[in-house]
Design a protein around this ligand. Structure first.
Ligand code: ASP
Length: 327
């Protein structure tokens, strides 16, 4: 009996020592290594990720719903030109910025998304409005823009999204493409930096997840990636929340975000094992990228099969970790 009590104390102490994560974010996966990111850029990326974590954490601390935390964190990243979402989005082949976003709430499994919008300042807010105030899940292009305007969201001129860095990136990809005749050079070192996403767990134990992106550089024919697709770019239920980043076509084909949840539900896998296996599957198909996932007990996974992924997390006690490269 004495030993049993002792064992219980040890187990309780161990459980207490486990850190409980409440918010996890990513700022995109890709060829992110010390050669491609300058020292100043590194400081700037880390500072912005921290700012986003703090903005989301403030909502959770104030007792707000996890949806508010996801939205606040993503808005910080959308408003920063550093990331491929909102301002700073990549360009389409025709020199436009077409933005995609989605958000989902685990408790009700309700979701909202927009695709191909060009004049909504914060696409994540449009996704939220679709979820809250429309009978639909996914609105696209002019229709989504009209809806956002009717909802009173801040609209901007498409020029707002223009940044020199991304425009130069497009030009360089197009030049390479012309030389290669007809095939997009996906090895370009900067081709998929910076989609953003967040997963949060609030004080009531409710999970939410969201993702926002400009998609992939040089995309055409009104291409839509995984980010606004529920089950691929974003998914959350009562057990786990997931946000993806990477080569969208592969995430759609493998229903990546939902597969993480399914492996946990039906296969009783842990959050980190589920994410790892989904990424392995994507790699087998020929794709790459990363994912963040947070389960209802506060266990976190931030994994990728690219060289790096901008990522960060904050625990219940406010401790922040931010990372860029492979460990
Ligand atoms: N997944 C996004 C897309 O394919 C791109 C990214 O995550 O960087 O649109």
């Amino acid at each position: 009996m004495k030993y049993l009590v002792l064992l219980l104390f040890v187990v309780a102490g161990w459980l207490n020592a486990q850190e409980k994560y409440v918010l996890v974010i990513h700022g995109g996966a890709g060829t992110i290594n010390q050669e491609n990111v300058s020292a100043e850029e590194e400081v700037a990326y880390k500072a912005k990720l921290e700012e986003a974590l703090k903005a989301g954490y403030a909502e959770i601390q104030a007792g707000e719903n996890s949806l508010e935390a996801v939205q606040s964190a993503i808005m910080v990243l959308e408003n920063s030109p550093l990331f491929n979402a909102g301002k700073g989005a990549v360009f389409t082949h025709d020199g436009r910025n077409e933005l995609d976003a989605s958000i989902m709430y685990g408790k009700t499994e309700n979701a909202g998304a927009v695709a191909g919008v060009t004049n909504v300042k914060n696409p994540i807010l449009a996704a939220r409005a679709v979820m809250d105030n429309s009978p639909h899940v996914l609105l696209s292009r002019e229709g989504a823009e009209l809806f956002a305007k009717e909802q009173g969201l801040e609209m901007v001129s498409p020029v707002y999204f223009w940044t020199e860095r991304r425009f130069k990136q497009l030009q360089s990809i197009v030049e390479k493409e012309e030389k290669k005749v007809g095939s997009i050079d996906l090895d370009y070192p900067d081709w998929k930096f910076g989609t953003v996403g967040a997963v949060a767990l609030d004080q009531e134990g409710n999970l939410s997840a969201g993702t926002s992106t400009g998609g992939m550089s040089n995309k055409r024919w009104a291409r839509i990636g995984d980010s606004p697709i529920i089950g691929a770019g974003t998914y959350v239920n009562g057990e786990v929340g997931v946000s993806s980043t990477g080569w969208g076509e592969y995430y759609i084909r493998s229903v990546a975000a939902y597969d993480v949840a399914a492996r946990m539900m039906y296969g009783k896998q842990s959050v980190s094992r589920s994410v790892k296996e989904v990424l392995n599957h994507i790699e087998k198909l020929g794709g790459n990228g990363g994912m963040i996932a947070l389960d209802k007990n506060g266990n976190v996974s931030m994994d990728f099969n690219t060289q790096g992924m901008f990522r960060g997390a904050i625990t219940e006690d406010g401790k922040i970790t931010v990372e860029l490269y492979k460990k």
